[in-house]
Ligand binder design. Structure first.
Ligand SMILES: [Zn+2]
Length: 175
């Protein structure tokens, strides 16, 4: 797996990926809208670099199921869940989760959440534009988010939330 940077592998002969060398981060709740926006922008700005984890995340629940704060996929009668790092790595590679921003008309809008009903078709998605540097709401139609969420590559089987943090991954790629 040559695309995985060195810091990520400390036990190459072991089945574990050895996240021991990832930097510790101080766990601090995102309290203000400003902090939440900064978190989202840090993530989308790093997306091209984070893509190197995609293949590994599809196999490794510890990487795939890192919770991404401020995300939500809410669908009446179906699910109400946050989104995970591995899911976003998959979804952000295509429409409608990575799409044209209605304000600046560039392909810079990354969707962080969507909510609605598959029956009525009502609902929308929202996300952050890496070009405008702000949150954008009201992206429609919801059915496109629902369809692509359902049909995406399912990732590793067991749903076990990882104890790793996105901040550790972001700090790791900057080393
Ligand atoms: Zn924009």
């Amino acid at each position: 797996m040559p695309s995985i940077p060195n810091f990520y592998f400390t036990f190459p002969n072991d089945n574990s990926l050895g996240f021991a060398e990832l930097p510790d981060v101080i766990e601090k709740p995102l309290e203000t809208e400003e902090e939440r926006l900064s978190y989202r922008l840090a993530l989308v700005d790093s997306f091209p670099l984070l893509l190197k984890y995609h293949d590994e995340a599809r196999k490794n629940p510890e990487l795939y199921y890192i919770p991404v704060e401020t995300t939500l996929f809410s669908c009446a009668y179906f699910t109400n869940t946050k989104l995970y790092f591995g899911e976003l790595l998959t979804l952000w590679q295509d429409e409608p989760w990575h799409t044209t921003c209605p304000e600046c008309n560039t392909q810079s809008l990354f969707i962080f959440g969507a909510g609605g009903s598959p029956l009525s078709g009502s609902g929308s998605g929202w996300g952050v534009c890496s070009h405008c540097r702000k949150d954008i709401f009201g992206i429609q139609p919801f059915s496109h988010f629902f369809g692509s969420y359902l049909t995406k590559d399912p990732g590793p089987k067991q749903l076990k939330e990882s104890s790793l943090k996105i901040e550790q991954i972001l700090a790791g790629i900057k080393q």
